[in-house]
Structure formats: structure tokens, C-alpha cells
Design a protein around this ligand. Structure first.
Ligand code: SF4
Length: 265
């Protein structure tokens, strides 16, 4: 499990002068998916990076938590894979980097996104929990066309209970993205008994409605599709008996966001 959040980039070969340094960066990649349809606009190449410092009780990818897990790959290697689909991706959607938490490997991720744009003109999306963004300068995000920002909870204590982390850096990052006018989609996982409280949703909707860069809110119903991974990893899964939200609750929560003038899907 990734605890420290340390960004570790390992050079694998020595460089000759003028060589593209990014080729030698190595990142730990959990997996890739060509043609993902739920991580940004259109059909996308999805790069899942290893490592996450949150411990969301509802996480459906606990197998991505280990920062040193997955496969060490160079930027060149990843770019070669993306290149196979570049013509298609340019028309159909783009590239999304997710995880895990991609900002734990910020240098590697930046190089992949920079080259996606420069070499192929691809649309880039970054799916992040926002916790580590404070450590990066604004211009780091120049290579990102769209941020998919996961806000887990508006209430600090409930956020800590749900994720074992504080929500302050996440909310501050959301406000910073607004100041940067960076196109952003907010993602909110709806878990009965944890994130469906009327007053909490109201506060979150109010907070998000003040961010003029937010193009849409995605309310994602909790599901049990990742439950087997917790079992495989021998992790204690608190939500084993939790049901998905009812259509009624899902509809109510979506309406709460819509009433604040937000586009909701
Ligand atoms: S931030 Fe995402 S990857 Fe990390 S624990 Fe939460 S749901 Fe899982």
C-alpha cells in the first residue's frame, strides 16, 4: 500500500546530450485500457497508475493502492502503446490518466500527458483525488485539458471516516482549479449511509456551484463490483453488506445538484 506519497522516478539508462529525458522516466503502471467509456469524454485510452494514499471504504480498485505495485514502464513504452490508437483516439476521445492516484507519480504522468498532446494532439484528462495537487505548480496542469476531480465528502470528519484522510487539500484544489479556469468534472460516489445525507449533499452542491469551471457533476452510485478484490487482498471490507443507492435517493441527490444550476449525469 502506498503510504508516503513519495514521488519516485528512476532513470534506467544514462542519457546522451540532446536525448529526450522523458524516455527514461519509469512509472509503476497498474494497467491500461483501450476504449474506456466512463473516464472522460468519448472513448479513451485509460492509464491506471499504481499507488493511492486514500483508503476509501468503497474503493473498487484496492489492487491499485500499492505505489510499488504494477509494472515498471518507461514513458517511451507507454507512448508506444498509446501511439497504436492515436488516430482513433484523436477522433473518438483521448487519454485519461487515473489510478490509484496518478499525482503520486507526477513527473511520469506529466511526461505522458505532455507527449500525448505534443506528438499526437490528443485530449488529456486527469482523474485525481486531489490530495497531492498542492505540491505542484499551476503550470504543471498546462498539459491537462480536463480534470476529473473526485470529491469524497464535504464534511471533514465524515471524509476522514470514509477515506482516512483530510478533505481540506481536496477542496482547496477544487477552488484553485476554478481560479485557473481549468475545465473540471466533479465526481461524487453515492454510498447509502455515508454520502447521501441531505444536508451534506446540499453543502457540497453549494460549494461546487461556486466553482465556475465545473462543467458537470457525475453522481456515481456505489456498487459491489470491486468486493472480490478486497477478499483477494485479504483486506477487511466494511461495506460488504452495503446496497447500492435506490433510484429514489439517486434522483434526489442529482436534483440537489441540479437545483444549484449544475449539469448532472
Ligand atoms: S481515491 Fe480512488 S483509488 Fe484511492 S482509495 Fe479512493 S477510490 Fe480507491
Amino acid at each position: 500500500m502506498a503510504q508516503s506519497g513519495t514521488i519516485t522516478i528512476t532513470p534506467v539508462t544514462s542519457l546522451t546530450q540532446g536525448e529526450d529525458k522523458s524516455a527514461n522516466l519509469v512509472g509503476n503502471v497498474h494497467s491500461t485500457l483501450a476504449g474506456g467509456a466512463v473516464d472522460g469524454p468519448g472513448l479513451r485510452f485509460v492509464l491506471f497508475m499504481s499507488g493511492c494514499q486514500m483508503r476509501c471504504l468503497y474503493c473498487h480498485n484496492p489492487d491499485t493502492w500499492d505505489r510499488m505495485g504494477g509494472t515498471p514502464r518507461t514513458v517511451d513504452d507507454v507512448m508506444e502503446e498509446i501511439g497504436k490508437y492515436a488516430d482513433f483516439l484523436k477522433k473518438a476521445g483521448g487519454v485519461t490518466v487515473t489510478g490509484g492516484e496518478p499525482l503520486l507519480q507526477a513527473e511520469f504522468v506529466h511526461e505522458v500527458m505532455r507527449r500525448c498532446k505534443e506528438e499526437y494532439g490528443l485530449h488529456t484528462a486527469l482523474d485525481t483525488n486531489g490530495l497531492r495537487a498542492f505540491s505542484l505548480p499551476d503550470d504543471w496542469f498546462d498539459v491537462v485539458d480536463l480534470v476529473l476531480l473526485d470529491i469524497k465528502h464535504i464534511d471533514p470528519a465524515k471524509h476522514a471516516r470514509l477515506t482516512s484522510t483530510t478533505n481540506r487539500p481536496v477542496l482547496e484544489f477544487a477552488q484553485r482549479l476554478a481560479r485557473m479556469s481549468k475545465p473540471t468534472w466533479v465526481r461524487y460516489v453515492l454510498v447509502p449511509g455515508y454520502t447521501d445525507d441531505v444536508n451534506d449533499v446540499e453543502k457540497l452542491a453549494e460549494f461546487v456551484s461556486e466553482l465556475k469551471n465545473v462543467e458537470r457533476v457525475e453522481v456515481l452510485p456505489f456498487h459491489q463490483m470491486g468486493a472480490y478484490k478486497w477478499k483477494q487482498l485479504r483486506l477487511r471490507y466494511e461495506l460488504a453488506d452495503k446496497q447500492s443507492p435506490t433510484d429514489e435517493v439517486l434522483g434526489r441527490v442529482k436534483k440537489q445538484f441540479e437545483k444549484k444550476g449544475l449539469t448532472v449525469v
